[in-house]
Design a protein around this ligand. Sequence first.
Ligand code: ADP
Ligand code: MG
Length: 237
Amino acid sequence: MINPIVLKNIGKTYFGSKIPAISDINLEVKKNEFLCLIGPSGCGKTTILKLIAGLEQPTGGTIEKPANVGMVFQSGALLPWLTVEENVAFPIYAKGGSKEKAEDITNKYVRMVALGELKLKYPRELSGGQKQRVGIARALASEAEVLLLDEPFSALDPITTDELHEYLLKVWGETHKTIVMVSHLTEEAVLLADRIAIMKDAALKNIVEVNLKRPRKEEDKKFLEFLEKIKQELISN
Ligand code: ADP
Ligand code: MG
């Protein structure tokens, strides 16, 4: 199995900035892996996602990645004038797909995140959690092997977030995507990830394997012990 994402000695200094947003990042993401990137605000997490998505170019190092990635944004970033199904179909039409293909793929992913009954609604008629499910279905509709998520649930309440964690794990299990997700919640990373990449001051500090059996439960003793270990890792130097 070839690793779909390989970052070698990656650095990025934004235009006009004197200090690098990230420096000397070495990271390989394995096929079908769920990797979470965590670290304090401003440490360079979003920059790494943008480089993988091809939305920014590195100023140093080399990067291997698939040409096509699906991305889920914090706000959902839906098009307000399109219905749920039209939003999900958008990447298919954008790539010149036929109406039949768009309908097939859209139906599949709309069903996967249980949005069937809402497919003719507009974003303004949806709750925050429903919007984020549309965002996930739309990213899946691009049929990319890699799914990138940048703090996708940070604007949602804890109960909705729990529900979306379930959907995301279901989607991951059914589609075998490689997932890279940025999170600011250590609990979320321990709940979801195979490995957690811990960042600090523009650098990758450590990568930790989450050796907890699935399904994981946040109240389990082992979960809490592991969580504590990661939290210590985050605050230590
Ligand atoms: P995080 O997602 O971990 O909060 P970011 O990757 O967004 O961090 O930002 C890392 C650093 O790069 C920060 O110091 C931020 O101010 C800077 N930065 C991010 N985007 C830009 C940009 N477009 N232009 C200039 N500086 C940026
Ligand atoms: Mg960010």
